[in-house]
Design a protein around this ligand. Structure first.
Ligand code: XIL
Length: 556
């Protein structure tokens, strides 16, 4: 993919440059935001709009400071498909061309949103709307295939209380529109990263809890999702998000990338020194939160200058939200962000203290609870979390990760003695010495099969058809790499191709579902959700026996 090549090339060049600079000048005094971010394994990006392209000094600054661009409006539905089936890519293409010229990656923004979507979409009935959504995703993603690093597939799907926003999408299509959008997106482009993106999910709270359960449920259904975007539109008068780093980490711990996608820090005008000081702290805190979370891939600011700000029109009376003023003069927030990115530079080599000895509780045949007292970190990058290991000779396997002082281990083998310990890690990746070990023995129980299958197939259409949802869980201790699920449909049942989440076949020997490229690997304890539509005669009963790669699965 183009982006990867560009990134690798510029990262190599950068390491060389920084090596020379480091000897001559202190890190704080040199380098763009992107240079320093790249040295920490992150990117720093900015939203740009096509009306800004003729402003040469502004473009020069954007090219200098940022390694990534997001079109602020040019790839939204009203820009790309203003009329049914009529696609216009001129503005988006301009931004892709600019990024290519500057060696920057591009985040695509956004495919399915309740805002900036033409009326013709909003007034469609359910069937037509579903088709329009899939058609839009397919066309726009095919057009930009190979040009983008990531797509915000679904934007702002949540209410403040964490429930699903009552948008026309939800009203017409039901909650499945989100999973459907991601599936269509993966089918359109197998390589680009697929994100869900929202605002006010930056700290821990009702809305981010809602996002967390939504994302977990998508993952458990096998929906292809790679990342969660945190818009991070902050305002000095509303305080800093609660436990932002821990919040990013809990999403990262689901196995996803996280990104700050639309950072700005507005204030009620006029600005004063107190508000500016708070803004400076917020930019610094956001930067440090991302730096402390390994899977936080980067930070995108929603505009570099107050000269082109979306704030005054969206929030009347507010402004001054960006890193530079209307004359492109850097604010203290710029320096704070710059120095936070430059300051670490791998200088935190102090590991956190060892966690306390874990205590085991609630031991079952396949699980156990562990808790331990917290580590402290004085190296500057902050405590990022804990990893639980099994003591087992030369290489000790990981049993789980946690951002808190406790964890529930699952997927353990019955009647087995486990000796486990915990290590803390900080934002720079330093690992503490191990805690003391604790030993426990799991209870006896049925031998863990390699897989468990949950099958549900409610019927519809007056009893002639059904939609089967099949969840395959890897209950073994090794990852499954490549799989075929086989089962026999009861007499009178017929699969209606193509099905989803797998390549489905039905022959005289029964039904098989073989993985697609994006869900080929099932980690221990992880699940993949697949499904198909079918027809039946008589009673709609479920198949009872399933094999995964030839081995029998338990059913749930
Ligand atoms: C904003 C743009 O910056 C404005 O130019 C436009 O008028 C409205 O949308 N959340 C998002 C972005 O996901 O798409 C929004 O961008 C800002 C809030």
């Amino acid at each position: 993919m183009l982006f990867r090549k560009v990134l690798t090339a510029s990262t190599c060049a950068l390491v060389g440059t920084l090596g020379l600079l480091a000897a001559a000048t202190p890190a704080q005094a040199s380098g763009s935001l992107q240079d320093h971010a790249a040295a920490r394994g992150k990117f720093i990006g900015a939203a740009v709009d096509t009306n800004e392209l003729s402003d040469a000094p502004y473009q020069a600054a954007v090219a200098e400071e940022f390694g990534q661009l997001t079109p602020a409006n040019a790839m939204k539905w009203d820009a790309t498909e203003p009329n049914p089936g009529q696609f216009t890519y001129t503005r988006g293409d301009q931004i892709v061309a600019l990024a290519r010229q500057n060696g920057q990656s591009v985040r695509g923004h956004t495919l399915v949103w309740h805002s900036q979507t033409p009326n013709w979409v909003q007034s469609l009935d359910a069937t037509a709307m579903r088709t329009a959504m899939q058609n839009h995703i397919t066309n726009v993603m095919n057009h930009y295939e190979g040009d983008l690093y990531a797509w915000d597939v679904v934007n702002e799907a949540l209410n403040e209380d964490g429930t699903l926003r009552n948008s026309f999408w939800l009203q017409r299509l039901g909650s499945s529109y989100i999973a459907d959008a991601f599936r269509a997106a993966r089918a359109a482009d197998p390589d680009v990263k697929l994100y869900i993106n929202d605002y006010n999910t930056d700290g821990i709270g009702a809305k981010s809890d809602g996002m967390y359960s939504l994302v977990r449920s998508l993952i458990s259904q096998g929906v292809p999702i790679d990342g969660v975007g945190f818009q991070t539109h902050l305002a000095v008068q509303y305080g800093f998000p609660t436990n932002m780093q821990q919040n990013l980490q809990r999403f990262a711990d689901l196995g996803l990338d996280v990104a700050i996608t639309e950072l700005d820090v507005r204030m009620q005008l006029p600005a004063d020194t107190t508000k500016v000081a708070t803004q400076t702290t917020y930019y610094r805190n956001v930067t440090n939160a991302c730096l402390a979370v390994t899977r936080c891939v980067g930070i995108t600011v929603w505009g570099y200058s107050d000269k082109y700000s979306w704030i005054p029109s969206a929030f009347p009376g507010e402004g001054s939200a960006h890193l530079t003023d209307a004359n492109l003069q850097r604010k203290p927030a710029y320096t704070a962000m710059h120095d936070a990115l430059a300051g670490g530079g791998g200088t935190d080599t102090t590991p956190p203290s060892a966690p306390g000895t874990p205590t085991a509780s609630g031991v079952t045949a396949t699980g156990a609870g562990l808790s331990w007292s917290a580590s402290t970190d004085t190296g500057g990058s902050g405590l990022a979390g804990y990893t639980v290991y099994r003591e087992q000779g030369a290489t000790d396997p990981q049993l789980g990760q946690s951002t808190t002082g406790s964890i529930t281990l699952t997927g353990l083998t019955p009647s087995t003695r486990y000796e486990v310990y915990v290590r803390a890690r900080d934002g720079a990746g330093n690992l503490s010495t191990p805690s003391a070990t604790v030993a426990f023995t799991t209870q006896s129980g049925p031998a863990a099969g390699p897989c468990r299958v949950a099958y549900s197939a409610p019927s519809w259409g007056g009893g002639q058809g059904f939609t089967a949802s099949v969840t395959i869980t890897n209950t073994g201790t090794a990852a499954v790499n490549g799989w075929t699920l086989a089962f026999t449909l009861p007499a009178g049942q017929q699969l209606t191709p193509p099905g989803w989440g797998a390549t489905w076949t039905q022959g005289s020997a029964g039904v098989t579902a073989t993985n697609l490229s994006w869900n080929a690997t099932i980690a221990p304890n992880a699940s993949v959700g697949i499904g198909f539509n079918g027809t039946f005669t008589g009673t709609n009963t479920a198949p009872t026996a399933f094999t995964l790669n030839g081995a029998a699965c338990t059913t749930a």
